[in-house]
Design a protein around this ligand. Sequence first.
Ligand code: ADP
Length: 159
Amino acid sequence: MIRAVFPGSFDPPTLGHLNIISRGAVLFDSLDVVVAVNTRKTPLLKPQQIKILLEEQIRDLRLSSVRVVVHNGLIVNYCRSINANVLLRGVRSSSDFNYEFELSILNKQLNGGMETVFLPTEPRYLVLRSSTIKELLKYRGDISEMVPPAVEKALFELT
Ligand code: ADP
C-alpha cells in the first residue's frame, strides 16, 4: 500500500494542479492533497475554501482514493501522522526543479524515510502559475483556460 501526499498552497487550484492529482491517483493507492496554510504569500482564497473547491473537482473526476485536508505545520509531520512516505510534486521548468530538488533534500533530512516523486507538467500547463492568475485577475483577464469554472466563479466573486 503506497500512500502519497501532494502538498501545496493551491491558491487558487488550477488545471495544472488537477492534472498532477489525477496522474498521482493512478500511481498511488491513496493520495492526500494537503492545503498548506501559507504564511509567505498574500492569500487570495482561505484554506477551507480551497479545500471545498478541490473536493468538488475531485468528486467530478471520480477520484475515490484522493482526499483533501488543510494542514498548518511541517509536511513531514503530516506524512508521519498518516504513515505516508511519498511526497508528490509537479515540475514545470528547470527553475521549478532546482527549488523542488532542494526541498526534497530538506524533507529527507527531516525524515529519512521520505521520498519525493516529481511529475513533469503536461505542455498545455507549462506556463500556468498561481501568480499569473493573480495578475490576470487584477485586470479581469481571461482565466477560463487555467482554472475550472467553479474556481473561476469563486475568484471573480472576490473582485
Ligand atoms: P507551493 O507554494 O507549495 O509551491 P503551489 O500551489 O504553487 O504550492 O504548487 C503545488 C505543487 O503543484 C508544486 O509541486 C508545483 O510545482 C505544482 N504545480 C503548480 N502548478 C503546476 C502546473 N501548471 N503543472 C504542474 N505542476 C504544477
